[in-house]
Ligand binder design. Sequence first.
Ligand SMILES: [Fe+2]
Ligand SMILES: [Fe+2]
Length: 248
Amino acid sequence: MAAITVHSPQEAQGEYREMLVRLMTRQFYAETATAEVFGRSIACAPTLREKFLAAEFASEEADHSERLCKLFRELGIDPEEVHRARPSAAQFWSLDLDNWLQIAVFNFTVDRAGSHQIMEYRDSSYLPWAMEMGAVLADEEGHYDNGIENLREFARDKAVFAEFQRVYADMLPVTLKRAFGRPSGIDNDYCVAVGLKRHTTEEIVNNYLAEMLGYMRECGLKFPPLAAFDKIGAELLPSTRAILLSNQ
Ligand SMILES: [Fe+2]
Ligand SMILES: [Fe+2]
């Protein structure tokens, strides 16, 4: 299929529109659920500085959500209706929203997974969506900087870091499964063929893990064993397994 560009909501039709709405819905679920995670974490953040940051991140995630509301309305879809079908934030991310350590791991792990998807959407063939994502990614850089800073801070205390490692080992397999979906299949092929994404899910996941790996090595954080991914049914291609095995 030749590369296409879709300039307006009216031009998005049929199978293309269906897939577009599916991907946007997934991002909308993630943005709105993440806004709630950060909003709630104001209460459990240990310092004033971290409370202010949590409030700032919550507001930014709400802005990301609003951008998607606008895109849904342009497509004739009621964002309230999309939102109503979303599971609760705690359920969606399998997270205890009142546990600061879990929030810190979430910030380093889950929030960044979303950014790697958004990098694809910024270059999407659906231009109205692509145009909104530059500002979103700029905010997300700040969120990840904070996630890395948290990781370094937790790494200074051996006992606390062991707990960080334990939570991370639970959270990463769920993230791979929930945030990226299946690494192969016809849906993936279709997204790449019509330019809704520019890379395969395999490449996106591997980029995400490779970026993370640099910071993990610096702090001594390890990937969970492959069995942890198999246990929850997170499908891994050989190239992804190799990255995970490189830091056990
Ligand atoms: Fe976001
Ligand atoms: Fe974020």
